[in-house]
Design a protein. Structure first.
Length: 189
C-alpha cells in the first residue's frame, strides 16, 4: 500500500501566510512607487505651466516701456495690495511703413487703443491675459500673483518690473506640490 501524497494543513497554512506577507510588501512598494510617480508628474506639470506663463509675460514686457509717468504707453501697476494686475501696451506699425518707428518723428509707434492686461483671478485660481474681448489663461492652480515696480519696491529700477507667482496643485493621492516663480524684467526704455 502506497502512502497518501499531498500537503498537510500546516504546510498549506505556512505557504498561504508567506504569500500574504510577500503580497503585502509588494502592494506597499507599488503604492509608494505610484505616489512618487504622481508627485513627479505633478511637479513637472506645475513647473511647465508656471514657466510657460512667465515666458509669455516676459516676452511681451520686454517690448513695453516706462517713459513718462502716467502717460501711455507706460506699464501700469496698481499699488499694493492691489498689485495683482498689470496693463501694458505693445509697439505697432501704425503708419504701415513696415517698421514700428515713425518715419517722421523717429519715435516708437504704440498700440494705445488695445492694451494688454495680465490679471490674477483668485476665485478661479488663474493668471489670465486679456486683450480686448479675448481672454487667455496663462496658468492654472495659481494661489498668488503680484507685479511690482519702483513705486512698490524701491530696490527696483524705474524700467524694471518684478513678477511673482505661486502655483499649488494636489496629486491624486492627496500630496501637495507647490512652486514659486520670480522674474525681474527690464523694460524697453
Amino acid at each position: 500500500m502506497q502512502g497518501n501524497r499531498g500537503f498537510t494543513l500546516t504546510e498549506v497554512m505556512m505557504v498561504i501566510g508567506a504569500f500574504l506577507v510577500m503580497s503585502t510588501i509588494l502592494v506597499g512598494a507599488l503604492a509608494i512607487g505610484l505616489d512618487f510617480w504622481g508627485v513627479a508628474v505633478c511637479r513637472s506639470e506645475v513647473q511647465a505651466s508656471g514657466q510657460l506663463a512667465m515666458n509669455a509675460m516676459v516676452k511681451e514686457l520686454r517690448n513695453a516701456t516706462r517713459s513718462k509717468a502716467g502717460v501711455p504707453p507706460n506699464v501700469l501697476i496698481m499699488p499694493a495690495p492691489n498689485n495683482t494686475s498689470l496693463r501694458l501696451y505693445l509697439p505697432m506699425d501704425i503708419d504701415l511703413d513696415g517698421t514700428i518707428i515713425n518715419a517722421v518723428s523717429g519715435v516708437t509707434e504704440w498700440n494705445i487703443n488695445n492694451p494688454i492686461n495680465y490679471q490674477f483671478d483668485q476665485p478661479a485660481g488663474q493668471l489670465v491675459r486679456v486683450e480686448g474681448a479675448a481672454t487667455r489663461v496663462l496658468a492654472n492652480n495659481v494661489i498668488a500673483a503680484s507685479f511690482d515696480d519702483a513705486s512698490t519696491d524701491i530696490a527696483l529700477f524705474k524700467d524694471e518690473i518684478r513678477i511673482t507667482m505661486q502655483l499649488r496643485r494636489m496629486t491624486a493621492r492627496g500630496r501637495i506640490v507647490a512652486r514659486s516663480f520670480l522674474c525681474v524684467v527690464k523694460l524697453r526704455n
